[in-house]
Design a protein around this ligand. Structure first.
Ligand code: SAM
Length: 289
C-alpha cells in the first residue's frame, strides 16, 4: 500500500471518499513521511507493543503503527472517518478501531481487555483543541502506560519542557515533571500537514515514571496546590492558595505554613520547582497533625 503520510497519498484517499474536513475536530493530517518516521522511531514501536492511537484521521500514522506494532487500537470521534479506516485497515488482524470521543473511553477497561500483561504505548497527532485534557487524562488516571509520543502545538511543547521562572512555566509544566520525563523529538513546520495549521508543531515523547520521583504523602493535594498556585500568575502564593487552594486552612494558617517552611508568603508560584511543591504539600500534612 502507498504511504498515506505524503501529499499524494493523502490526496488519493481524500479523492476516494466523500470527506469534508471538520475544523471542530482539529483535523490537520500529516503529509510528511520523514516526520512520521521520527514519531515511530522515537516511540520505539516493536511487535511486542500494544499501541493506542488517538485520532487516526485517514490513517497516516495508523498505517505505520500497524506495520510495526503487535497491536494497534485507534480511537476516532468523526463518523466520516470510520468507513475510510475500516475499508483500509479492517482486514489487518492487529487493528481495532473504536468510534468514540477519547475522553469518554474507559481506558482502564480497554487496556485490561486488550493488553493485560504489558504496559502500552500511546502515539498520536493530537487534535490541538483538547491536547492538554487528553494528556492530563492519560497521566492522572494511573493507567499502565509506558510512554506517550505525541504531536502538539510548539507552544505547548515549550511549556511542558520549561523550568521555574520562565514565561512558559505553568501548572502543566510542574504536573508533567511529577508524572514523566519530557523529550523534544522534533519541531514540525506547518507545511507538513493538510490543511496547514496556523501554528508550528512539535513531537514530544513523555516517558512515565514507574515510581514517583518525589516523596509525597498526598498526591491529590499536591496537584491541587500546583493548580491553585498558577491560577492567578501575578498573585502571591499566599493569595492564590487562600482563594483557590480549597485546603481547608485559614489565610493566617497558610501564611504561617509558607513562612515556617521557608518558602515565604510573598513568593510567586512560578518560581517554585516540583520538589518545592512536594515539600510544601508534606509540610501542610504535618501542620494539620
Ligand atoms: N492521525 C491523523 C494524522 O496524523 O494525519 C489525524 C490527526 S488530526 C490532528 C486529529 C484527529 O483526532 C482527527 O482525526 C480528529 O477527527 C480526531 N479527534 C478529534 N477530537 C477527538 C476526540 N475527542 N476523540 C477522538 N478523536 C478525536
Amino acid at each position: 500500500m502507498t504511504r498515506i503520510a505524503t501529499p499524494e497519498g493523502t490526496k488519493a484517499v481524500l479523492n476516494r471518499y466523500p470527506f469534508v474536513f471538520q475544523k471542530k475536530f482539529g483535523q490537520n493530517f500529516l503529509i510528511d513521511p520523514h516526520v512520521l518516521d521520527k514519531i515511530i522511531n522515537a516511540a520505539e514501536i516493536t511487535k511486542e507493543d500494544c499501541v493506542i492511537e488517538i485520532g487516526p484521521g485517514i490513517g497516516s500514522v495508523t498505517q505505520a503503527l500497524i506495520d510495526n506494532a503487535g497491536k494497534v487500537i485507534s480511537i476516532e470521534i468523526d463518523d466520516q472517518l470510520i468507513p475510510i479506516l475500516t475499508e483500509q485497515f479492517g482486514g489487518c488482524e492487529n487493528f481495532r478501531l473504536i468510534h468514540k470521543d477519547v475522553l469518554k473511553v474507559d481506558l482502564h477497561k480497554l487496556i485490561a481487555e486488550e493488553s493485560p500483561n504489558r504496559r502500552i504505548k500511546v502515539v498520536a497527532n493530537l487534535p490541538y483543541y483538547i491536547t492538554t485534557p487528553i494528556i492530563m487524562m492519560l497521566l492522572e488516571h494511573n493507567l499502565p502506560i509506558e510512554s506517550i509520543t505525541v504531536m502538539v502545538q510548539k507552544e505547548v511543547a515549550d511549556r511542558m519542557a520549561s523550568g521555574p521562572g520562565s514565561k512558559q512555566y505553568g501548572a502543566i509544566t510542574v504536573a508533567m515533571k511529577y508524572y514523566c520525563d519530557t523529550y523534544l523529538v522534533a519541531n514540525v513546520p506547518q507545511n507538513c500537514f493538510m490543511p496547514r495549521p496556523n501554528v508550528d508543531s512539535a513531537v514530544i515523547k513523555l516517558t512515565l515514571h514507574q515510581e514517583s520521583i518525589v516523596d509525597i504523602n498526598d498526591e491529590e493535594q499536591l496537584l491541587k496546590i500546583i493548580k491553585a498556585a498558577f491560577s492567578q500568575r501575578r498573585k502571591t502564593l499566599l493569595n492564590t492558595l487562600a482563594s483557590n487552594g480549597n485546603l481547608g486552612l485559614s489565610k493566617e494558617e497558610i501564611k504561617n505554613i509558607l513562612d515556617e517552611s521557608g518558602i515565604g508568603a510573598s513568593t510567586r508560584g512560578e518560581t517554585l520547582s516540583l520538589d518545592d511543591y512536594a515539600m510544601l504539600s508534606n509540610y501542610i500534612d504535618n501542620y494539620r497533625k
